[in-house]
Structure formats: C-alpha cells, structure tokens
Design a protein around this ligand. Structure first.
Ligand code: ADP
Ligand code: MG
Length: 615
C-alpha cells in the first residue's frame, strides 16, 4: 500500500493511465467480446467467429472478414484515443458507428496478452502484432485472409486485483452468451458463431431477425412471436416525433418469465440498458400479464442520431434522449397495439393422461402449461382510438356492432379485423367456476370470474369515457392558486391543449414565460400536489398518452375487483352463461382479465384427436 503524502505529483505513464482507464471499458471477458464484436461490425464484417476458452479468462478470440487494418496503421489502433470513426467534436452529435471513443483496443491490450492479425484488401500481406500489457512485443508480416483476428489471452494477468472480481466460468460464459446473442439480433444479416472450449453454442446464419430469434429461443417459442407493427399515430405525435420508429418482435402474454431479462432494447442498432424503456414495454402488457411476470420483447427504436446521446458512459450501453417521453410513448404504444390486435387465445397443450390414473387416490394436480397458438388476424384497437386527442367518431359505438358469423375462416375466427373470439356455443358449466363452450375449432373453457372482470372493466372504462366526452371531468377548485414552471417545449405542448385541459378538469392560466397558475384540478387528483398533477398530465401528453389514462385504469381495476358479481363457485343458468359469452365476445381484449390472468383456454379439435390417439 502506498501511503498518501509520500509521493510527489507527476503525470502517469501511458501504460498506467491505460490500465486505469481499462477499468471502465473492460470489466470482464464479456466486455472484451462486446468491444471486439462491435469493431468487427463497424468494419463491415459479414461473418464474425467468436472463440472462447475458460469463460474468456484464458482466451477471447474474435475473427472477422471486414475491412481489416492496414499495416501502417495497425500500431496506432492500439494507442489510446485512436479511432478512424470520429474526427471532430461535431461528429459526436450524430454517431452512426458502434465505436467512436478509440479506447477499447488500448484498454484491452493493456490488461492482457494480445495478438492481432489483420489484412486489408489493398495490402498484399497481413500483419501480426503481439502486445504484452499494451507494450509491443513482436511485429511480423504474415499470410492472412482479408479481415481481422484479435486474440486476447490471459485477461487481467497483470492486474490481480481485477482477476479476483471475475465470477465462475459458468457466469462469465452466460455474460458472453448474452452479448453475442444480442448483437446477433441487432445484426441478423451477419453470420455469428460462438464456441466455448471448441464447442459451438450459438450460430446465426445471416438471415432475418426471426431466424436469429429461432436460433436463440427455439422454433416453438419463435413461432408464437408477434411482429411489432405501428398503426395509426395519434395526432399528438405528428411533426417532430414522427421520426421515432419501433420494430421487432414481442411474445404473446402466454409466454412470460419471472424476470426482465428477455426484454432486449436497441436504439439505432445499439443494444442499450434503460430501465425506463424496459418499463414502457412492461406497461404495455398491463392487465395482460399477472403481477411479477415479464414478457419477451426484442424491440428496435430508430430515431434521428441527433436525438440520442450515446456518449454517456465508456461502455456505451446507456443513452440519453432529447425526447425521452416521446420515445417511451412510441415504444409503449406500438407494443400495446400489437398485443391488442394480434394476441392469441391461450392454448392448453399439456394434459395429464387419464390412463392408469388412480381416480380415488391422487390429489396432486398438474397445472396446465399455458401455451399460445398462432396469431389471430389483426383487430382494431378501440382503446387507443377512443383516446382523447384522436379522432374517435368512427369507433365511438364501442365495438357493439360486431359483425356476425360470416367471414369466419377455417380456424373459426373471423378475419373482419374486429372479432377477437370465435363464435361459441355454451355446453355447460364445470365446478361452478368454468363455462364450457364449443367453437369451430374444439373446446373452450372460460373462467367465469375472470371473464366477468374483463367485461366490467371494459364497460366501466367505456362509461367513464362517454361521461367525460359529454360532461368533462369533475373539477375541484384550489383555495389558492399554485404556479408551475414548465420547460419551453412542455409549455408549447400545453398551449396547444388548453381546451383539453379544461375538459379534464384543470383550470390554468398563463403566468409569465412558460409558467402557469393552476386554479383547479380534476377531482381525481385532489390528493396530489397540484403542481405535480399538472406535470403528470403534461408528461402523459409528451408520451402521446391520453392524460390521466394510467390513473383512471388503476381506479377502474379496483372498482372491478370490488363489484365483479360472478364469483367462482357460483352456478350459472344457461342464459346467464350465454350472456356472459356474448359480452366477452364484445370485449376489445377478451383473452385476459384486467389482472392479466387468462379468461379462457382452448383445446383444439386436433389436440383432442391427438389425446384420444386418433391421429
Ligand atoms: P473505436 O472502435 O472507438 O474507434 P477501438 O480502440 O475499438 O476504438 O479501435 C480503434 C481503431 O482500430 C478503430 O477505429 C478501427 O479503425 C480499428 N479497428 C479495430 N478493430 C477493427 C477490426 N476488427 N477491423 C477493422 N478495423 C478495426
Ligand atoms: Mg471499438
């Protein structure tokens, strides 16, 4: 230990400075993989082979067939702050490559034994360099194909303090797998191959995103995924925000996990970690997933590079947005719309066989494994269309006019774009809790309580919206006015929506530049600080959401829980069951209750045939 005060001040040697800086870029073997893979992608590689030994501690090798590094520049590439991707400060404003800081190779080489072999199209031979702790140990000319191979051996061999922090081989491998699959998803056109100790553990074949998702998740899961599609944009997000696009795939609610690890987000092709955006995805599944369960999503947000600052941290996985709320809103909305129009009915695929089962004896029950069948034809998103600020006229009748049976396709599902359920005939009731129906493709079991909750939820929401359309929301005057300061952008947004603000119960007046005086607030919000209430609503608008939507939904869910009349264990007459089914059919989102549990499951005719050994 060096005692403070015993040394004079001096400038650190290049080597020590790089080692310190390396701490930020190179945390573990997976960081090396990340930086080398990014460099390969930036170099235009079509094939990237990653070979790992000992969880990356012994060796991380990345080989690409990209542009290569020319023999007269290769040494410079390993100096700190050397990059071919950025020349001036202004370039930072609009970064289109994955790298730009010119730090990775210097950092990695300073904490390992590194060998690079590279050759460009122009060079007649390749160059091989060996560096030990960042110091050039050997240079020679070698025969080599076009492209670059970088082998990083014995990571942290000269920094024992960091070696101690490495986890087990299994853990380090997991981190590496995560990095490689995430880049493979972002660049499906590039062929990736990952080997651990000479065994191929992942491979993508240079196709489209769904191909990559198939190699990661398997075809059973991949075929259930729903492709994100943007539908009509609400008027609040035209102009500047229309530059935000969202694409990718999401899982249906039936596919869910106990953690958020299956949510993968990219901004302009760069994988990012952003809790807020993760939350946008989770929120989109609101009422469709049970509490504590998380969806699968692979979503790509594209926006003007000028709207994103990636230079927040050396690892470049955090970004800042110029219009964070608009990005949040676009992502949340696209996921929600896709779910609402394309979510399938949960499908039971596993039965415990009755053969050989001791009816009297066993009490152990096997929980069904929720699975989903292929996507239904697209439907319409009433909830979103009906929102304030959108043209609501054409669907104002709340989907009452569901077209009857014609147009029902082979699978029994109408493709008129509105119906979310097949036409069903009530057969009976089981255990005073489930309604059994028959549809065009087999048997359906409906949880009567969950179904009733869904029906009431949508009814209360519709009632609320109608009442609000007619009367506006109840407003509560404040004893004394409260001033709120907004940003110029928020102020402009609010200016344009003063009428709407009045309708939802705010009485506000301009009070100096970008400032407003709040005189009354919606009765719904009297418990909140009035300034906070106004800001909440402005933030809702920035996201392109209907103001107060979230709060209202939460209230209505509470009310539904209290008032859902039909409970499990209550026997229902035929007509009551009929009525329940008809009402459920008219829901926009009939497949789950507002808490996200399924309202119905499906046993298809072919499953039944299979179970009875007929096929
Ligand atoms: P950055 O990627 O931020 O520019 P790096 O330290 O990762 O910084 O790389 C430094 C430079 O080395 C890059 O700008 C690039 O010119 C060159 N380079 C690194 N890896 C490769 C590669 N696989 N193929 C071609 N050039 C590369
Ligand atoms: Mg780089």
């Amino acid at each position: 230990m060096v005692k403070y005060g015993t040394m004079s001040i001096r400038i650190l040697s290049e080597q020590v400075a790089s080692q310190i800086a390396a701490g930020e870029v190179v945390e573990r073997p997976a960081s090396v993989v990340k930086e080398l893979v990014e460099n390969a992608i930036d170099a235009g590689a079509k094939t990237v082979n990653i070979d790992i030994r000992g969880g990356g501690r012994q060796l991380v090798q990345v080989a690409d067939d990209g542009l290569g590094i020319s023999s007269d520049e290769i040494e410079i590439a390993f100096k700190r702050h050397s990059t071919s991707k950025l020349a001036q400060v202004e370039d930072l404003e609009a970064i289109e490559t994955l790298g730009f800081r010119g730090e990775a190779l210097a950092a990695i080489s300073s904490v390992s034994q590194l060998t690079v072999v590279s050759r460009t199209q122009e060079d007649s031979a390749g160059t091989r360099l060996t560096l030990e702790a960042g110091v050039l140990a050997n240079r020679e000319s070698v025969g080599a194909p076009h492209g670059t191979v970088i082998a990083v051996a014995n990571l942290f061999y000269n920094v024992p303090a960091r070696l101690k922090f490495l986890k087990s081989v299994t853990t380090e491998r997991k981190h590496i797998d995560e990095i490689v699959t995430r880049y493979a998803m972002a660049y499906p056109g590039i062929r990736f191959r990952l080997t651990h100790d000479n065994r191929i553990t992942f491979q993508s074949s240079g196709g489209n995103l769904l191909d990559v998702l198939t190699s990661i998740y398997g075809s059973e899961t991949a075929k259930q995924l729903l492709e994100l599609r943007e539908q009509g944009r609400s008027s609040a997000e035209t102009d500047s925000r229309s530059s935000i696009r969202v694409s990718g795939f999401i899982g249906p609610p039936g596919l869910n996990w106990s953690n958020r690890n299956q949510i993968t987000l990219y901004v302009n092709g760069r994988w990012i970690k952003d809790n807020r955006l993760n939350y946008a995805v989770i929120q989109a599944y609101h009422t469709l997933l049970p509490v504590g369960r998380y969806p699968l999503a692979v979503a790509f947000v594209t926006t003007d590079p000028e709207n994103v600052d990636v230079n927040v941290h050396p690892a470049k996985t955090e970004v800042r947005f110029r219009q964070a709320n608009a990005v949040f809103g676009a992502l949340q909305r696209t996921v929600r719309q896709t779910l609402i129009s394309d979510s399938p009915i949960p499908h039971a695929t596993h039965f415990s066989s009755v053969i050989g089962q001791d009816w009297a004896g066993t009490t152990e029950r096997q929980a069904p494994i929720w699975q989903t069948e292929t996507a239904l034809p697209g439907g319409r998103d009433f909830a979103l269309d009906r929102r304030i600020g959108t043209q609501s006229g054409e669907v104002g009748s709340d989907g009452q006019q569901i077209e009857p049976v014609d147009g029902v396709s082979d699978d029994g599902l109408s493709n008129d774009g509105i119906k979310k359920l097949p036409i069903m005939r009530v057969v009976g009731q089981v255990g005073a809790s489930y309604i059994v129906t028959e549809g065009p493709d087999g048997l359906y079991l409906i949880d009567q309580h969950a179904a009733h909750e869904r029906v009431l939820y949508e009814k209360f929401m519709a009632d609320w919206e109608e009442k609000q359309d007619q009367e506006g929301m109840i407003s509560q005057g404040l004893v004394s006015g409260v001033t709120v300061q907004l940003s110029p952008a928020q102020s402009t947004l609010l200016e344009g929506h003063l009428h709407l603000m009045e309708r939802i119960g705010f009485q506000i007046e301009p009070f100096g530049p970008n400032a407003y005086m709040v005189r009354s607030v919606p009765a719904l919000l009297t418990k909140i600080d009035p300034a906070r209430a106004l800001l909440d609503v402005v933030e809702d608008m920035e996201r392109g959401d209907a103001p107060l939507q979230g709060k209202i939904e939460a209230r209505i869910i509470l009310r539904v829980c209290k008032s859902a009349a039909v409970k499990a264990g209550q026997s229902l007459g035929y007509q009551e069951m009929e009525a329940m089914i008809r009402q459920l059919e008219q829901c926009q989102n009939p497949h789950t209750c507002p808490h996200g549990r399924p309202t119905l499951i499906h046993l298809s005719a072919s499953q039944l045939a299979k179970e009875f050994g007929r096929t």
